[in-house]
Design a protein around this ligand. Structure first.
Ligand code: AMP
Ligand code: GLY
Length: 432
């Protein structure tokens, strides 16, 4: 079968999805909605109103689309997959109800509690429980973590070192209403100490496989300092998780979570992203996402041999082909080049030079870019994901290659972290 695919989204993650899908032996035509100047090089970008589900459906019919892959959480939470499935279109991505695992922290916590999945101890409070929340915080140990229940563009989590900060955070959410309805409820949870990793499970709702584990770098500054961002770089596979710990995570976290979602009547079809923290008591869940991670996807997918489209297609039809892809070794490092000022305000519209790297071990993923008269300009906070992919397992060599490639790219105000994948040194020494 030659499958025609439509990928929804425009970031670095969607560039990585589209690229890996277009390299699959079962692929037919690949379309991206809206895609970006990177995806244009090997697929067809289309411009339709993303919120006009009927037009998306008409497009699927006219182009005989066999699979729609939805990248970001927003359209999943808003029900695009449900709409298309009702029209008998195959979709890789969960229903709006199953996507609550990301869209509501309290939903996710309750699923984990019922399924006995290791996670931070927590309590939840509604807006009208403001006083009880403060009483609880007065008696708590610090640091403590306060999370707005709903989607908050990565800004809904505050780590509070003392009561004063916790009170300010609750005031911001409940009184100043900084997150709107997403702050109608908060989850207050225990602070967990440990190293973080991201693990993707591809599932048809019953069976699943996990992909090589990755590590994101969420903070803006070197040494994990400064504000949280969407992710400033990533590498895979991370030596933080060995085969045994992956097996443990599959058995204690992924399997019971999928089973509980099933029992509740919300089978999850798509990529369940487990954000993990490896504590002294073992791996625990910090958060679940209902989609692939960005920028982890950029390093995980190039490491997979086999037919990636077949993996996603088989998941979407409820018959997961667990052997469609395999990790046979290799390593990858992605460094995000951002606009200076990100994650706060930044300027756009600067020409990007040096994008013509032809080294087969380098992939330059586009994210916040735009093409005008055959030139590429910055158009967002995270602009590019410069990625080295090696056949060998030497992550530090991949790190060097990624930074070498990045040094040849320039635009006004380019900013990137200089320590992506440095943590590997610590894990490798640790293991010795
Ligand atoms: P999130 O927006 O849920 O990805 O959280 C952002 C970051 O906050 C995570 O990557 C962690 O570094 C941190 N974090 C969230 N929850 C906890 C927790 N319970 N303990 C320690 N750190 C946490
Ligand atoms: N890399 C973090 C995320 O995708 O949410």
């Amino acid at each position: 079968m030659k499958g025609n695919v439509l990928i929804i989204g425009s970031g670095g993650r969607e560039h990585a999805l589209a690229l890996r899908i277009s390299q699959s032996s079962s692929v037919g035509n690949v379309f991206c909605l809206p895609g970006n100047p990177g995806t244009e090089n090997f697929s067809t970008n289309i411009s339709l109103d993303n919120s006009d589900y009927n037009s998306i459906y008409s497009f699927c019919q006219s182009e005989k689309i066999d699979l729609v892959v939805i990248g970001p959480e927003q359209p999943l939470v808003e029900g695009l997959s449900d709409f298309l499935r009702e029209k008998k279109i195959n979709v890789f991505g969960p229903s709006s109800l199953a996507a609550q695992i990301e869209a509501s922290k309290s939903f996710a916590k309750n699923i984990m509690k019922e399924a006995n999945v290791p996670t931070a101890e927590y309590k939840e409070f509604y807006r009208n429980d403001y006083q009880s929340a403060l009483e609880y915080l007065k008696k708590s140990n610090y640091p403590i973590v306060i999370k707005a229940d709903g989607l908050a563009a990565g800004k809904g989590v505050t780590i509070c070192e003392h009561f004063q900060k916790a009170k300010e955070t609750v005031d911001d959410i409940f009184v100043s209403n900084v997150f709107g309805q997403s702050g109608d409820k908060v989850v207050i949870e225990e602070f967990l100490f440990g190293e973080e990793a991201s693990l993707f499970a591809i599932t048809d709702g019953k069976d699943f496989i996990t992909l090589p584990p990755a590590q994101d770098h969420k903070r803006i500054g070197d040494g994990d300092t400064g504000k949280n961002t969407g992710g400033m770089g990533s590498y895979a596979p991370t030596p933080l998780l060995d085969t045994n710990s992956i097996l443990e995570i599959e058995q204690k976290i992924i399997e019971p979570t999928l089973q509980m979602l099933n029992e509740k009547g919300y089978p999850f079809v798509g990529c369940l992203y487990a954000g993990l923290i490896i504590t002294k008591d073992g791996p625990k869940v910090i958060e679940f996402n209902c989609r692939f991670g960005d920028p982890e996807t950029q390093v995980v997918l190039p490491l997979l041999d086999g037919d990636f489209l077949e993996l996603l297609y088989s998941a979407s039809t409820g018959q997961l082909n667990k052997n469609a892809v395999k990790y046979n070794g290799g390593s990858a490092v992605c460094v995000v080049a951002a606009s200076s000022g990100y994650p706060d305000s930044y300027q756009k519209g600067f020409e990007i030079l040096g994008l013509d790297n032809v080294d087969p071990e380098i992939i330059i993923y586009h994210a916040g870019t735009v093409k005008k008269e055959n030139k590429i300009f910055t158009n967002g906070g995270r602009v590019l994901g410069v990625t080295a992919v090696l056949k060998n397992n030497d992550i530090l060599e991949a790190q060097k290659k990624a930074y070498d490639a990045l040094s040849k790219i320039c635009f006004d105000g380019i900013y990137y972290r200089t320590d992506i994948a440095d943590r590997v040194r610590k894990y490798l020494n640790y293991k010795k």
